[in-house]
Design a protein around this ligand. Structure first.
Ligand SMILES: [Zn+2]
Length: 287
């Protein structure tokens, strides 16, 4: 199991904002302290402009250096473009690891799945997973599927990958909820599974499982996971019902797919986030 992280990603902070540096810091502590899961630590690789520009406009990339907030959820921070690039670099490193046969998880912030081609939103500045998927397709992968189990719709990933040959998105999310999209399938390749708030855990598991069956039917040669742990029962930002063992089950399900898989952290704002991530990783590792 390779974990790609960089302690510098905890260097920006907005007091009271749910997307806080402790999310990563406490998870790194937890993973370093445990002994059940052998971990190889890695740093993010570089993220080249040409890779980012497959998913984003040059204007958007330039905008990240302009010191103005993007929206109410998504403040400007000094150096945010560097943080966002490092998070992209970690997703790309996780992708490379997966393609060379290692299971990899990018444990970074900022998250990415709300970032649109020309707009930062929802705590996201650059779309880490979409950039990695486009890199994989440019580098010989034929069919790449994204499975997004963050409780919020992966609207940015959807907008960037819509009708992109070789790509498919399966997003399972709470609706109604931020950002208010993802109520129906879009184009030829974006499949949405909206689930009402407070849906019973067992029913939510059924929806996750049926999305997984559809992902298998797509016959991907690579799977990218937008791993958001805010569908957890006690997450403060949503009203879903999953428990730690469900994240273990999700990890196990990806382990059994039999194709290279890499994951990148999206949301997850509860105190138990480190335990949820460890459960997911154990499943991914086939434990
Ligand atoms: Zn989320």
């Amino acid at each position: 199991m390779k974990i790609v992280t960089d302690e510098r990603c905890t260097g920006y902070d907005y007091p009271g904002h749910p997307e806080r540096p402790e999310r990563i810091g406490l998870t790194v502590e937890k993973l370093r302290a445990q002994t059940e899961l052998p971990i190889e630590w890695a740093s993010p690789g570089p993220a080249q402009d040409r890779e980012i520009l497959r998913a984003h406009t040059p204007e958007h990339l330039g905008r990240l250096d302009e010191p103005r907030d993007f929206d109410l959820d998504t403040p400007f921070f000094p150096g945010i473009s560097g943080y966002a690039r490092a998070s992209v670099g970690a997703a790309l490193e996780a992708l490379r690891s997966a393609r060379s046969g290692q299971v990899a998880f990018s444990l970074m912030r900022p998250p990415g799945h709300h970032a649109m081609r020309a707009r930062a939103m929802g705590f996201c500045y650059l779309n880490n997973v979409a950039i990695a998927v486009l890199a994989a397709l440019a580098d010989g992968c034929k069919r790449v599927a994204v499975y997004d189990f963050d409780v919020h719709h992966g609207n940015g990933t959807e907008a960037i990958l819509l009708n992109k040959p070789g790509a498919a998105l399966f997003s399972i999310h709470q609706y109604p909820c931020y950002p208010g999209t993802g109520t129906r399938n879009l184009g030829k390749n974006c499949f949405n599974y909206p689930v009402p708030p407070e849906t019973a855990r067992i029913e939510y598991r059924h929806v996750l499982a049926s999305a997984l069956e559809q992902l298998k039917a797509f016959k991907p040669d690579l799977v990218a996971v937008s791993a958001g742990f805010d569908c957890y029962n006690h997450d403060p930002l949503a009203q879903m019902t999953l428990e730690a063992e469900d994240f273990y089950w999700l990890g196990q399900s990806f382990h059994h797919l039999g194709v290279p898989v890499f994951s990148a952290l999206e949301g997850g704002y509860s105190r138990e986030l480190p335990d949820l991530i460890l459960a997911f990783l154990k499943g991914l590792d086939g434990q």
